[in-house]
Design a protein around this ligand. Structure first.
Ligand code: MG
Length: 400
């Protein structure tokens, strides 16, 4: 935490936000014991939350902020999908076993006592899959409507993953399709859970395009940001239809990160991701419950902050570029309603506009997309008037 505090040294609001997150009851206490040990002594439900904590701390924190009715279904949904994803990512598990398991994973979720040993791409995932019978028991205790949403999602995602296994992403269509399978489906599934709970409108589950865009914005942001890490793991999700315009070999981009081609390729991918922001704004404006709103909105504002940070940034070819922990903390605490989303998204869209380079081949399109985001934000009616950033009193705990 000390390094993060130094990075935010001249930004007291970020330091305050980091302390509030750490000590203000937002953080979840995590057991130091290995998940393997916890699996032996915890109840099924407690094991699910312990596993969630181990595999994704940040997601565990946001799930904890959801209305109580939705916590168990979203936790189980997440574990089912992470189990599936971990099968997909375990390259040591032979394809002739892996692909059928991906396609059948949804049937395993209803098979009493099912578990599988030695499969998964990390220790915690292997423990999760080795004790999957516990997740299945909690799954079966959920309301039938929740179960149906989770199984339908799992079936579609598993088949999509199997279709794309050992197949490179070539066209933009492939890219959109793959992101739909691994992330768009999650957006659609979450809308299904929200509607099934009765906390959100029954119609939300039918907002397929908007829900899909919620997932695609997050997934495409991560894929664009993770160029360096993915290549060092021997994989890549950048579609050839985009990078092929700038280089013959994807790896060559990192040899000259500041070249016009390397920058243009990165900016092309950022611009592609920006097309979903408008849908995300429309989706968020349909959400009624404040806790569900935060759950949905926080990852989206983090994504646009990340896009602004990586746009035209050669460091993407040298490391995984992340937004400062201080900014992340401020976003987590202050994203509470549509007004706060408006302020943040407008700020980051303007940050990208400021970084635009006239020589970039997508200059006009990127500019148009940023202006569309800002125009979309201004279409939404709020109870109170939004203050422009410069009017805000810096002495109060405000953004940036
Ligand atoms: Mg995966």
């Amino acid at each position: 935490m000390v390094r993060d505090l130094i990075r935010s040294a001249h930004r007291p609001n970020e330091i305050i936000a980091m302390f509030r997150l750490k000590f203000g009851g937002f953080d979840i206490r995590q057991s130091d014991e290995p998940l393997e040990v916890l699996a032996e002594k915890l109840s099924d439900r407690d094991f699910c939350y312990a596993a969630l904590n181990k595999v994704s701390r940040s997601f565990a924190v946001v799930i904890n902020q959801l209305p109580a009715e939705l916590r168990d279904p979203v936790c189980v949904y997440y574990l089912v999908l992470r189990g599936l994803d971990s099968v997909e990512d375990d390259m040591l598990y032979p394809a002739e076993l892996r692909l059928p398991l991906l396609r059948e994973f949804h049937t395993k979720c209803v098979e009493d006592g099912w578990q599988i040993k030695g499969v998964g791409d990390s220790d915690d995932y292997r423990v999760l899959l080795a004790h999957f019978d516990k997740v299945i028991r909690v799954f079966k205790s959920l309301k039938i409507d929740y179960q149906q949403v989770i199984l339908a999602s799992c079936k579609k995602m598993g088949n999509g993953m199997a279709d794309f296994a050992e197949r490179k992403l070539v066209t933009l269509h492939d890219y959109d399709h793959y992101c739909h399978y691994v992330a768009g489906i999650v957006g659609i599934g979450l809308s299904g859970l929200f509607s099934a709970s009765g906390i959100e409108s029954a119609g939300l589950k039918d907002q397929l395009k908007l829900s899909n865009s919620m997932g695609l914005l997050l997934q495409k942001t991560n894929i664009t940001r993770d160029y360096y890490e993915d290549l060092s793991l021997g994989r890549s999700f950048w579609p050839k239809e985009i990078w092929g315009k700038y280089t013959h070999r994807l790896e060559e981009l990192m040899q000259d990160p500041t070249s016009a081609e390397s920058r243009a390729c990165l900016n092309d991918l950022v611009t592609d991701a920006l097309q979903y922001v408008g849908d995300c704004i429309d989706y968020l404006s349909l959400i009624r419950h404040p806790q569900v709103f935060r759950f949905c909105a926080i990852p989206q504002v983090m994504a646009i902050a990340t896009l602004a940070k990586i746009y035209n940034n050669p460091d993407v070819y040298r490391e995984v570029v992340k937004i400062r922990k201080g900014i992340a903390a401020v976003l987590m605490l202050h994203t509470t309603d549509m007004e706060s989303v408006h302020k943040v998204m407008e700020k980051f869209a303007n940050d990208i506009l400021k970084k635009l380079d006239k020589n970039d081949p997508h200059y006009d399109l990127t500019k148009e997309r940023c202006h569309t985001i800002i125009a979309n934000l201004h279409k939404i009616r709020y109870k109170s008037r939004i203050q422009p950033m410069e009017e805000i009193d810096l002495q109060k705990a405000v953004l940036f």
